[in-house]
Design a protein around this ligand. Structure first.
Ligand code: KIV
Length: 272
């Protein structure tokens, strides 16, 4: 098979737009490493997000703020090596794009150049307009992220649902329209009322991907550790667990420990 026909199979921002137009839902999950991304890509996911949630689930930080640009690039490189079909989007981390649009462009270029990612995701609307414009002007596809934007957690003070009040809801709608006008190819809507998410989705031509935003959006995203049940303490209402890996892994580890201690492992067949 030629590399041209292989490239044609790749999900692109154009594929996603077509999916919205046809009313076909878009699936997205996070991944941070090669093995997980290999399984996800083979399962047929359309988009893989190298989220800055790596700061929480991979590094054990309380928030997404500490993860660095170098660390995001490292995770993105591992995921990109695995993704033969999925579109890989990488979060631009806190502190690498808000202050100055040239700094934002440098950060985005580093992600694209050093990891081979297909797009980046930026949290915020009007407040980061200049940075988004500058990144887009270099031909880098940008996914927006509105609603609960975890990099602003110290401003919000809580992980509760955003935009329940009229004023914040109207601001979010205006931000969504602005991001579309600037040229973003899609938006994440996080933890907002489902009626608002549906209204924003109907107002936009570009796809919306929800997390805790109900079913009236064009697609869904979850953090992979959460949906696999690896993190039992985190159980928000929007989360559906598709496996109980924490229990499966704990049982496996306990059985291994017991077998090592009893001498049952390795057996005659498991040695040279
Ligand atoms: O970092 C992340 O995993 C995200 C998703 C929650 C959308 O931004």
């Amino acid at each position: 098979m030629s590399s041209v026909s292989q490239a044609a199979k790749r999900i692109t921002t154009h594929t996603l737009l077509k999916m919205k137009q046809k009313g076909e839902k878009i699936s997205m999950l996070t991944a941070y490493d090669f093995t997980m991304a290999t399984i996800l890509d083979a399962a047929g996911i359309e988009m893989i997000l190298v989220g800055d949630s790596a700061s929480n689930v991979m590094a054990g930080h309380e928030t997404t703020l500490p993860i660095t640009l170098d660390q995001m690039i490292y995770h993105a490189q591992s995921v990109i090596r695995a993704a033969s079909r999925s579109l890989v989007v990488v979060d631009i981390p806190f502190g690498s794009y808000q202050g100055d649009s040239y700094n934002a462009l440098d950060s985005a270029v580093r992600i694209m150049k050093e990891s081979g990612a297909h797009a980046i995701k930026v949290e915020g609307g009007k407040n980061v307009e200049k940075s988004i414009k500058r990144i887009l002007s270099a031909g880098i596809p940008v996914m927006g992220h509105l609603g609960l934007t975890p990099q602003s957690i110290y401003k919000f003070g809580t992980y509760k649902v955003r935009a329940k009040e009229e004023e914040e809801a109207e601001q979010l709608l205006q931000d969504a329209l602005l991001l579309q006008e600037l040229g973003c190819f899609a938006l994440v809507l996080e933890k907002i009322p489902h009626q608002l998410a549906a209204k924003v989705t109907a107002a936009l031509d570009i796809p919306t991907i929800g997390i805790g935003a109900g079913g009236g959006v064009d697609g869904q995203v979850l953090v992979i550790h959460d949906m696999l049940g690896m993190n039992k303490e985190f159980s928000p209402r929007f989360l559906r667990r598709y496996a109980d890996l924490s229990t499966i892994m704990t049982d496996a580890f306990k059985n291994y420990i017991a077998d090592v201690k009893s001498g049952d492992f390795p057996s005659d067949k498991e040695q040279y």
